[in-house]
Write a protein that binds this ligand. Structure first.
Ligand code: SF4
Length: 191
């Protein structure tokens, strides 16, 4: 079901231009995956057929920051890698959003060492924190949906008086049963 469901039979639709822009923006987020560790596996699973990130219009992973508007940091980031991540963020086109996926990206996780960044939000503005080690794909989808809701309501992200981006800082909470569900039709055990 797409926008055609909202168009009356006579083919005319009255709305505000800003609402159409917001709708198209939130329906076509293009993620830039910055996966450095095990969280990246769950990120790949999120885009796979079982979890189907394509339902939310965000399945087109871009490996060029210039074609992306959603940076997903999945995994720990070392001090040495941080300038690369900053450069990628700077090269992304406006408007842009950032998801910090997993404990390592958000806080350093168990890697409380001199070599690991203790939270990427010290260097780039993070809009959504997805907790977990690793987060399940449903949690990441919840994070993408949180950004979609913000885009729907408010459009592009706010900027402060200094012109710098104000991070949204949304922490995702599990809102549904995230335990693994049995795959229908799969028989486990020796035949
Ligand atoms: S949060 Fe856990 S799963 Fe994710 S990168 Fe860190 S150790 Fe790996």
């Amino acid at each position: 079901m797409g926008i055609e469901a909202a168009i009356p039979v006579d083919g005319f639709l009255t709305t505000q231009l800003q609402k159409v822009i917001n709708w198209s923006r939130r329906s076509s987020l293009w993620p830039m995956p910055f996966a450095t560790a095990c969280c990246g596996i769950e990120l790949m699973a999120t885009a796979s057929s079982r979890f189907d990130l394509a339902r939310f219009g965000a399945e087109v992973m871009r490996f060029s920051p210039r074609q992306s508007d959603l940076l997903i940091v999945a995994g720990r980031v070392s001090i040495k890698t941080m300038p690369v991540l900053q450069r990628i963020y700077q090269q992304m086109t406006e408007p842009k959003w950032v998801i910090s996926m997993g404990a390592c990206a958000s806080t350093g996780g168990v890697f409380d060492t001199y070599a690991v960044v203790q939270g990427v939000d010290q260097f780039i503005p993070v809009d959504v924190y997805v907790p977990g080690c690793p987060p399940r794909p449903e949690m990441l989808i919840e994070g993408v949906m949180a950004i979609q809701r913000i885009v729907d309501q408010d459009g592009i992200p706010p900027k402060g008086p200094d012109g710098k981006r104000v991070p949204l800082k949304i922490a995702i909470q599990p809102t549904h049963d995230v335990r693994p569900q049995p795959v229908v039709g799969l028989t486990v055990g020796a035949s």
